[in-house]
Write a protein that binds this ligand. Structure first.
Ligand code: IPM
Ligand code: MN
Length: 360
């Protein structure tokens, strides 16, 4: 029987629609080659919709999105809308309401991609970050008092429940077991590194570290490591080859994955998945809206294409996902001069056309 999936598409703002159009083009071509049916339904959520209607997300949006197998998202954020309204009202709201408690961000330098880290190549830059995606500072708990006076107080709390920590770590151990460097045949063991700040955030990390060891005992085949987040930033540049799977809380994960992205060739190639292992997941290029490049047909669509591959992989369609990844590697090797917007040697749509051709 032909396999079929219904995909919700949210192109969003800025360069989102341009890169998502190329991603959909490639997904359609790869699906046709593998006899897979993908049905796309587009939702016009984002800055333009908000400016026109004053509505951030329609009331039925979450229920509507839940009907689909997965969500394919471009980017959210608009230069004429106050920062926070769209990001919190759309991106974070969907992550929370759909309980996408994992943000999975592979860090892989493809052969032929220029790497800003001297002496490092595809062999060294090949790991994955599991970012907790539902709690921490992003919970939005806190407040202010006496604004505008010298006594003004601002508090934003880093909040975690045992349940949030446990489910995130469990996902990370499973992921290290199935996708770690031993599982991929490139190392003698699978390793999982917890990244934190146990020397300062002592309450928070007595929880994370304790649960890490508790659950870790169930995974004797995964070697446990711990690093402070500041040192991790240093190691990600000095010795990225030491990493296999990294797991960390929400805000640290946000920060270190931007650093990781530049080591893999920049935001033009970095993709991520907001995952609810038992629900509807959402896949996106992590680069944002890139307002300076909007409408120029010059932005790199490969991050969106890779997000599409991740989506298929998560849906259990590994063969089609691998086909897309091979197409991405081929366009990099044969056709593209750079991963940077405006310097690719091809336009956005030409990159999409080539990959679509390679996956057919
Ligand atoms: C990301 C982004 C978001 C985040 C913003 C846009 C709210 O930076 O996906 O990494 O902080 O998670
Ligand atoms: Mn970020």
């Amino acid at each position: 029987m032909a396999r079929s999936y219904s995909i919700a598409v949210i192109p969003g703002d800025g360069t989102g629609p341009e890169v998502i159009a190329e991603g959909v083009k490639v997904l359609k071509a790869a699906a046709a080659a593998e006899r897979l049916t993908l049905e796309f339904t587009t939702y016009a959520f984002g800055g333009e919709h908000y400016m026109k209607t004053g509505e951030v997300l329609p009331e039925n949006a979450v229920a509507e999105l839940k009907k689909h197998a997965a969500i394919y998202l471009g980017a959210i954020g608009h230069p004429d809308v106050k920062p926070g309204i769209l990001e919190k009202g759309i991106l974070l709201k969907l992550r929370f309401e759909l309980d996408q408690y994992i943000n999975l961000r592979p860090v892989r330098l493809y052969p032929g991609v220029e790497c800003p880290v001297k002496g490092k190549g595809p062999k060294e830059i090949d790991y994955c970050c599991v970012r907790e995606n539902s709690g921490g500072l992003y919970t939005g708990m806190g407040g202010q008092s006496r604004p505008g006076t010298k006594d003004e107080v601002a508090v934003q709390n880093m909040v975690y429940t045992y349940e949030q920590v446990e489910r995130c770590l469990r996902f990370a151990f499973e992921y290290a077991r199935t996708h770690g460097k031993k599982a991929r045949g490139i190392a003698a063991e699978n390793r999982l590194a917890l990244v934190g700040k146990s020397n300062v955030l002592t309450y928070m990390y007595s929880l994370w570290n304790r649960v890490f060891d508790e659950i870790g005992a169930e995974y004797p085949d995964v070697k446990r490591e711990y690093y402070h987040v500041d040192a991790t930033c240093l190691y990600m540049i000095a010795s990225p080859e030491m990493f296999d799977v990294i797991v960390t809380e929400n805000m640290f994960g946000d920060i270190i994955t931007d650093l990781a992205a530049i080591t893999q060739g920049g935001l033009g190639v970095a993709a991520g998945g907001n995952i609810n292992p038992a629900g509807v997941s959402m896949f996106e290029p992590i680069g944002g809206t890139a307002p300076a490049w909007t409408g120029k047909n010059a932005i790199n669509p490969l991050a969106a294409v890779c997000a599409g591959a991740m989506m298929l992989d998560t849906l259990g369609e590994k063969k089609t996902a691998d086909r897309i990844e091979r197409g991405v590697m081929k366009v990099i090797e044969k056709d593209m001069k750079s991963m940077e917007a405006g310097r690719m040697g091809l336009s956005t749509s030409q990159v999409g056309d080539r990959v679509a051709e390679y996956v057919s």
